[in-house]
Each structure stands twice: as C-alpha cells, then as structure tokens.
Design a protein around this ligand. Structure first.
Ligand code: ADP
Ligand code: MG
Length: 697
C-alpha cells in the first residue's frame, strides 16, 4: 500500500527532484540561488525549465502557469500549454528558461490603486525560486512575484520577500555583535493555524448571502449555539473526518505539512494547523490550503466557509500566525538559550519584538483589517482590536527586575544587572497560556492572533518582519558604536522595557476594564478598517517601511487605496444582497404566511366567529407590522446605499459606509430575524441557523 512517505510532496518540484534530475553543476547553482539569493544565469534557468517540464509532463501536466498573489487576496494564474507545433504536423513540448523566469500576464484587471498607468497595463511576473514549483489541475504552477513595468509591486509576495530580506540584514548585524560570525542567513518562520466552517452544499445553495458575501446576513439565533462548549476538540463527525482525510492527502501531495486538525468552539467549526515553515513558503502554502479546502469540500457535498464571521452569535474564524526567527544553523532567536550569554541575546531579540509591536501597533492592526475581520475583532471571542503583548509570568518578572534593578524573584535569586554573565537561565518551558492576547509569547515563538480566517498571512508578516527589522536596526546602530558592549546592551534592554512596557498586558483581553486601561496607557484602539487603514500613510510608518526598502511611498498609497476599496466593495455587495433577499424572498415569505392565516381566519369566520382564536387574529396584525418594519428598513438601507455615490474620496466613502450603511444593515437584520421567529418554518425561504450549523453529520 502506498504510504504517506511515498506520496508526500509527489506534486512538488522539490530539492529531491532537482537533485535527481538536474546536472550537478546546475543543481549547485540553483541551490545557491535558493539558499543565498544569488542571481541565476540563463543557462541554468534553461536547464531547470527543461527538467521542470519533463517532470511535470511525466506527472500528467499539460500546462504551466506563473502563480501569483495579486492584491485581491486570492491567487491568480494564467495557463499556457507546453505545446509548440513541429514541422511534421505534430507538437513538441517546450518550456524555456525565459518562460520560467518571466511572464507577462495582462495586469490591467488586477487592482493597482493607481500604480499602473494605462500605458503600462502589462505587469510582469518574476519567478521566486525560493518557493518550489508544484502541479495543480494538470498545470505546473511556478510561484512568482507580480510587478508593474515601473517596478512597483502589485502583489503580496514582493514586499514579503523584501521584509524578510530587511529582517535578515538587521538581525545579522546584531548577531555579529554577539560574536556570531558564522551565521549566513536569518529567516522568519510561520505556522498559521487555519479555522473554517463546513456546511452542506445543499443548504449553501439556498442562501444567496453565503454565495455572494461569504457570510449569512440573516438568521435568528438557534435554540442551541456554542453555549454547551461541547464542540471544541469534540469527536469529529464521520462526514467531516472523510473530508479531513481527503484534504490531508491532497495537501501532503503538495508538500504542505498538514499536521493538526480538530473541532473548534462553534458548531460546524474546525481548524487545521501545518508544521511551520519559512514565511514565504508558509504564505504560499496557506493560500493553497484555503483553495484546496474549498475544492475538497465540494467533492464531499460540503462547502468550506473561510469568512471571518459566517454566523452571528457564534464564534467567527481566525488564523493564528505563529512567528519566530531562526538562523541558517537552526538556532531559534526567540528561544531562551542554555547559557547566560545566549540569554542576553535572546532578551535583546525579545525586546526588539516588544518595541516593534508597541511602535507599530497601528501597522499590525491594519495588516489584518478587512470588512469581514471587523466583525470579529472586538467581539467577545477574538482578541480585541487593541494590540498588546503577552509574555507570561516568568519573562515578565525578568523584565521587571531589569527595569527596577531589583532582585529577580524567580527560581534563582540574583541581581538583574545585565552583564553578560549574570543573567539567570530561565525556564524554556513556559507553560502559562493566555488565549485572549493578540500577540502572545508561547515559549519560543510569538502567536499573532488577530488575523482573519480569509486573510493572506503575507500582510501581517510583512509588518511583523519590518517592524522587528526596524527595532534591530536601531539596536545595531547603538551597539556597533559601543565601547563597553555589555554596558550599552544592558542600557538598551533597560530602556526598551521602560519605554515600551505599556504594550505588555498579561491579563484578560476580553475584559472591558482592559479597554479603559489601554486607553490610559495610550494604546490605540482602531475598531474598524476605515479607522485604521489611513494610518498606513502616517509619516512614521512610511518612513520606516520605505527606509527598509519594503515598500515605496507610491506602493503604500496604492495599497491603502486598494484595501479601503475592498472594504467598500465588500460592504456594498452585502448591502445590495440584503435588499434583494428582503424584497424578493423574506417579505414575500412573511406575506404569504400572513395571507394564509388571514384566509384561515376568514374561512373560520364564515363558519363561526368563535372558531377564530385571538392568536390567529393577532398574528395577521403582527405579520403586517413586520412587513412594514422590513419595508422601512429596506428603504433606509437603499437610501444609505445611494449615499455611497455622493462620497468624495475612498477614505470618506469607507467612513460613510461604516457610519451609515452598516448600521442600516444591522437594523434591517433585526427586523428580519424577529420575523423569522414568528413565521411558520415551511414558509421561510432559506435554511435556518440551526439547520446550517448542525446540518453536517
Ligand atoms: P500551540 O498548541 O501552543 O499553539 P503548537 O505546537 O500546536 O502550539 O503549534 C502551533 C503552530 O505553531 C504550528 O503550526 C507549529 O508548527 C507552529 N510553530 C511551532 N514552533 C514554531 C516556530 N518556532 N516558529 C513558527 N511557528 C512555530
Ligand atoms: Mg495556537
């Protein structure tokens, strides 16, 4: 029988395949390009392209595509077949180094936020050799970056790679100062835990809201939701288990290290976590995972919902971004070391993260901002919209001791004067957990929990990498000039703790008191996308991101515009969907019910007035009241929608939508959800929450 070992990565042009198929010299220069980012010459590219094509064709592929991640948030591909006519009337299969390295998809239909003037409608894709090519749907997919001809990034991968490079450069400077001269490269790694819902395709098909917007815009609370806490880690239902088995096989074939799967808090909610990998690959893999999840679900008669808040009243879905940085020798720089010397280095990297999160709270918040995620952040389930760092008791005590110059009250009593040789060894096994913190230290990595389930993880990691690179840059500037390294190091850590301790919060982030406390500490609390997104263009943020070479100013402007446009479009589509559903489905359903009751009342009256119950008479009136309420609600929402057209720029439009369209939608929903509860079940035009959430067996 074929085992996992046999088919794991079977659809990936990975190191094993390259080693086997490429001439030794070609393999070596390819390896150098992957490991060290050195340039690739065209002869090598030609040889790699031929091997890739031969391998892909042997696996049944007929086409190739440059696979990229435009700012739409999903991946894009344009397929070309390998065929080329031969003089004898047949075809030969060709794929050149040039075709491998560069592609020219027509870029004009991808969002560019004004970056791509019409005269340069053609963008180009450039091969990213650090992420392996793979086969999907008989197509060889080549991971690429996507740029305009002016060289502006039109995708998420380009700035991600730049942020990784910035982090590498600054971390190497710091490591060198600690005498770590053999390290060649520092890379950030990510393990994203992906949450999702599964419902039956049959029910999905009856819900226009799910189809058009990814979430339910209506639905009265079912008698049972998640209050029993009986779903989290519960027994996985057979149909879901079949889906998960199938999904694992598909992901493993693509070399994706799917590892953990379990039920989540809400009914019908589940989670999948892979083993972590380099940020760039983790990003590609997460995009693929989301795509494959949906495909595999369809094969099982299910639909996988990746929206952040598919159902009101039960938990939404997020994505936990576990992040760490390590050297090419495998040393995790966020892992407390075995020696005091290593611990001093660890503390400095820890401080770099603390400072980064405090200085760039706004960037972290806006990196996860979408219309969908706005429903989640700030509700009583996900981390609040306020960014803070959780360290755990032990580390906290260490930092406090450094700050106060006091004795460390932990396992060893000694003065926390940070000469390199007096720092205690602390416990690697940090067992205390805080599930409410947006940015939690979990022993040897940080877990950023604010991402929405449908977010590309690229955006968050661009900001984390960049902000930490910036801290390290400032630290290195100071330390490189130091005549007494230990004294300056101590000072630096002391000062960082003192200046940035406001961002550290070890309590319950779901608590209302925390919001007041956070305000007192001066932390920002951006509840919505229109609140936070414009801060992308704040001077301090532009200076940092352009200074590190992660974005150009033009790219930042375009991104801000595109993200706000996405927000406006998403909500507008939801609003229109609501109008349509209420007018053409909900009101007619309540009306039909009302009419039938009225007919019954009339029929009964004709026989004997006493046969008519008060209840029936009242119901005719109540349904009429609801019909009017819903009609008023629709009119108000339609008026709000019309107002969108009158807004000036996109910032104004997004604020208008937040303040006018969303509140009208909420009001209309309340009327409809109440109407659902007084309308006989067989009149209601779509599956209820109860049916959706408990429909999969
Ligand atoms: P927990 O249960 O504490 O959240 P897990 O060990 O289950 O932690 O890991 C959660 C995710 O974090 C997984 O995707 C895992 O691969 C990832 N992870 C573990 N170590 C690291 C690390 N050093 N860097 C980045 N991600 C990591
Ligand atoms: Mg976790």
């Amino acid at each position: 029988m074929e085992t996992i070992k046999d088919y794991f990565g079977s659809l990936v042009f990975d190191d094993r395949v390259m080693k086997a198929m490429l001439p030794e010299k070609v393999y070596q220069s390819m390896k150098k390009t992957i490991d060290e980012g050195s340039e690739l010459d065209i002869n090598v590219a030609n040889a790699v392209a031929t091997a890739m094509k031969d391998w892909a064709v042997s696996k049944g592929a007929t086409h190739y595509t440059h696979w990229f991640q435009p700012l739409t948030g999903v991946t894009a591909e344009k397929h070309d077949s390998f065929i080329s006519p031969s003089p004898d009337g047949g075809v030969i299969l060709e794929f050149s180094g040039k075709e491998l390295i560069k592609g020219e998809p027509d870029a004009s239909s991808f969002p560019s936020g004004g970056l791509r003037a019409t005269f340069e409608a053609r963008g180009y894709t450039a091969w990213d050799p650090t992420s392996y090519a793979f086969i999907k749907n008989k197509t060889l997919c080549i991971p690429t970056a996507f740029c305009s001809y002016g060289g502006h990034a039109l995708d998420k991968k380009t700035p991600l790679l730049r942020s990784m490079e910035a982090l590498n450069k600054q971390a190497l400077r710091v490591l060198k100062l600690f005498g770590n001269t053999s390290v060649k490269r520092v890379t950030s790694s990510v393990g994203p835990e992906q949450e999702y819902f599964l419902i039956t395709a049959e029910m999905y098909d009856k819900r226009p809201d799910l189809k058009y917007t990814g979430r339910t815009l209506f639905g009265a609370k079912p008698p049972k939701g998640q209050e029993m806490d009986d779903h989290y880690f519960g027994v996985i239902k057979p149909k879901v288990a079949e889906f998960m088995d199938d999904l694992n096989v598909e992901l493993w074939k693509l070399g994706i290290l799917a590892k953990t799967e379990h039920n989540e808090v809400a009914p019908a909610q589940h989670e999948l976590a892979p083993i972590y990998s380099t940020t760039n690959i983790a990003t590609d893999h997460n995009q693929l995972t989301m795509e494959i999840m949906q495909k595999v679900a369809a094969r099982h008669g299910l639909v996988c919902l990746l929206h952040e808040k598919p159902f009101a009243g039960v938990n939404g879905s997020g994505k936990h971004n576990n992040w760490s940085i390590a050297t090419d020798a495998g040393q995790n720089l966020l892992s407390p070391g075995d020696t005091p010397h290593e611990n001093a280095q660890f503390l400095l990297f820890l401080c770099a993260v603390i400072k980064a999160v405090d200085d760039y709270q706004d960037l972290l918040r806006l990196s996860v901002a979408t219309a969908g995620n706005d429903h989640r952040l700030g509700a009583n389930e996900a981390p609040p919209a306020i960014v803070s760092v959780f360290l755990g008791d032990e580390l906290n005590a260490v930092l406090e001791a450094i700050e106060t110059g006091a004795h460390y009250a932990g396992t060893k009593k000694m003065q926390m004067k940070l000469g390199v040789d007096v720092l205690p060894k602390f416990n690697r096994d940090t067992t205390d957990r805080n599930r409410t913190s947006p940015f939690a230290f979990t022993g040897n990595k940080f877990e950023f929990r604010m991402l929405g389930s449908s977010n590309s993880i690229a955006c968050a990691n661009i900001m984390i990498n960049s902000a930490v690179a910036e801290s390290l840059r400032l630290f290195a500037d100071k330390l490189e000039k130091a005549s007494d390294f230990n004294a300056v190091l101590h000072d630096l850590i002391y000062k960082t703790v003192k200046d940035h301790k406001r961002i550290i919060f070890n309590g319950n982030g779901y608590n209302d008191e925390w919001i007041d406390e956070a305000v007192k500490r001066g932390l920002s609390n951006y509840k919505t996308t229109p609140d936070c997104m414009p801060h992308l263009l704040d001077k301090k943020n532009v200076d940092m991101l352009t200074g590190l070479g992660v974005f150009s100013e033009a790219e930042l402007k375009s991104r801000c515009e595109i993200m706000l446009e996405n927000y406006c479009k998403s909500v507008s589509i939801e609003a229109s969907t609501m109008v349509q559903m209420v007018k053409t489905q909900i009101i007619p359903a309540v009306q039909a019910y009302s009419m039938d009751i009225a007919k019954a009342v009339k029929t009964k009256m004709a026989i004997d007035e006493a046969a008519v119950s008060e209840y029936e008479k009242q119901l005719v009136k109540t349904t009429a009241i609801y019909i009017d309420r819903m009609d008023e609600g629709v009119s108000a929402l339609e008026a709000a929608i019309r107002g969108i057209g009158l807004c000036g720029d996109i910032i104004e439009e997004s604020a208008y939508i937040r303040d006018n369209v969303l509140p009208s939608m909420s009001e209309l929903r309340v009327a409809c959800d109440e109407a659902e509860l007084i309308t006989a079940k067989n009149y209601w035009p779509f599956p209820t929450y109860g049916e959706l959430l408990f429909g999969v067996r």
